[in-house]
Ligand binder design. Structure first.
Ligand code: UT7
Length: 327
C-alpha cells in the first residue's frame, strides 16, 4: 500500500551580506587563515547586523525563498516549525514571525524547537509526524541562527567556527517512502557545549549571579564525539532500515568542520565527493546548515528528484540525529 510522506518541494536559504574572512579574524584574535583553513576548512562566514538581519527576519527571507521555489500559495500552509538556538525573540516564536510575514492564514500551527545544531532535523521529523499521520498536507520547516550574538569574540577557539544564516524547506504530503530516522541524545555528556540564556541586569536576585552568556565549547571533546558517534549512527540507520550506504547519492552532514566530514566519510568508506560542503563560505550555521546546503545543491543542479539522501547532524545536548529520505 502506498504510504504518505512529506516530500521536499521547495528549498530556500539566506545569508546576511556582511562577510568576515579568516584574515579579518586574524586582526581580532591570535589566529591566521592557514590554521583555520587547515583545522576546519572554513574560509569565510556571514554575520548578521542585528537590525535588518536577525534570526526572525532571516527565517522569513529563507522561508519566502522556499515558498517561491515550491510555487505554492502561503495561504495553503497548515504548519510552520522553526528550529533555532539563537532566536531574537523568546516569544512570539520564529515560526509565528514567518506566518505573519508570509501572509499565511490563521489556520496554521506554529511553534519552534531547540535541539542545537540538529534542530532542523528535529523540526523536520516533527513535521513528518504531522504529515505521515494525515493531519497536515503542506508545511514549512525553517532553521535560523544568529550565533554571532552569542560567540565570545575574544575566544579564538569558538569565534572562528560560527556564522549566521537561515534555511527552509516546504514539505507536501505525497505518496512515497516514509521518513526513516534515528535520534539520539546524551545529557550526561552535554557540558562540553552550552550557552546560558541572557540574564537581565536588574533581576530581583541580581547580587551574586554570574553573567555568563557566551557560548562555551570544549572543541576537542565535541570533535571526538562527532567523529565517533556520527559514522556509527549512519551505520545503525542503514542497518535499522535495511539499505546499503552504497545506494546513497549524497550524505548531507552538518557543516561544522571539514575534518569531521572527512573522518566520517573515511570511517564509512564512502567517497568524499558524496559529502557536499558549504562550510568554506558559511562556517557552522547550526540548525540552518542542513537546509541551506540542500538549497545550495538545488540551485546548482546537484540535487535531483528521486535521489537517496542521508542527513546527519550533531551538537549541543549532546544530540545527534540521522535520516534516510528520498528527495
Ligand atoms: O556544531 C557543533 C559545534 N562544534 C564543533 O563541531 C567543534 C568541534 N571541534 C573542532 O572543530 C575543533 O576541535 C576546533 C576547530 C575547535 C579546534 O581544532 P583542534 O585541532 O581540536 O585544535 P585544539 O583545540 O586541539 O588546539 C590545538 C592548538 C592549541 O595550541 P597548543 O595548546 O597546541 O599550543 C590551541 O591553543 O591550536 C591552538 N588554537 C589556535 N591557534 C590558532 C586553538 N584555536 C586556534 C586558532 N588559531 N583559532
Amino acid at each position: 500500500m502506498a504510504q504518505i510522506t512529506g516530500k521536499i518541494i521547495g528549498l530556500g536559504s539566506y545569508l546576511p551580506p556582511k562577510v568576515l574572512s579568516n584574515d579579518d579574524l586574524s586582526k581580532m584574535v591570535e589566529t591566521n587563515d592557514e590554521w583555520i583553513t587547515e583545522r576546519t576548512g572554513i574560509k569565510r562566514r556571514h554575520i548578521a547586523d542585528g537590525i535588518e538581519d536577525k534570526s526572525s527576519t532571516m527565517a522569513i527571507k529563507a522561508a519566502k525563498a522556499a515558498v517561491e521555489d515550491a510555487g505554492i500559495d502561503p495561504k495553503d500552509i497548515e504548519l510552520i516549525v522553526a528550529a533555532s538556538t539563537t532566536p531574537d525573540l523568546l516569544f512570539p516564536s520564529m515560526a509565528v514571525c514567518v506566518q505573519k510575514a508570509l501572509g499565511c492564514s490563521e489556520n496554521v500551527g506554529c511553534f519552534d524547537v531547540n535541539s542545537a545544531c540538529p534542530g532542523w532535523i528535529a523540526a523536520f521529523n516533527t513535521v513528518q509526524g504531522f504529515i505521515e499521520s494525515g493531519n497536515v498536507k503542506l508545511a514549512l520547516v525553517v532553521g535560523t541562527e544568529t550565533l554571532s550574538n552569542f560567540v565570545d569574540w575574544n575566544d579564538r577557539g569558538t569565534c572562528i567556527l560560527f556564522g549566521d544564516g537561515a534555511g527552509a524547506a516546504v514539505l507536501r504530503a505525497e505518496e512515497g517512502k516514509k521518513n526513516e530516522f534515528i535520534m539520539r541524545s546524551s545529557g550526561n555528556r552535554g557540558d562540553c557545549l552550552r550557552c546560558e540564556n541572557r540574564k537581565q541586569p536588574q533581576r530581583y536576585d541580581e547580587e551574586g549571579f554570574e553573567q555568563s552568556t557566551y557560548f562555551y565549547m570544549a572543541g576537542r571533546d565535541v570533535f571526538r564525539f562527532a567523529i565517533t558517534e556520527v559514522p556509527k549512527l549512519i551505520k545503525d540507520l542503514a542497518a535499522k532500515y535495511n539499505f546499503s550506504l552504497d545506494e546513497i547519492d549524497y550524505f548531507i552532514l552538518h557543516q561544522a568542520n571539514a575534518r569531521i566530514i572527512e573522518a566520517t566519510a573515511k570511517k564509512l568508506n564512502i567517497d568524499i565527493e558524496k559529502f557536499p560542503m558549504t562550510l568554506q563560505e558559511t562556517g557552522n550555521t547550526s540548525s540552518a546548515s542542513i537546509p541551506s546546503l540542500l538549497s545550495t545543491m538545488k540551485k546548482d543542479g546537484r540535487l535531483k528528484k528521486g535521489m537517496k539522501l542521508v542527513l546527519a547532524s550533531f551538537g549541543g545536548g549532546l544530540t545527534w540525529d540521522a535520516n534516510y529520505i528520498e528527495y
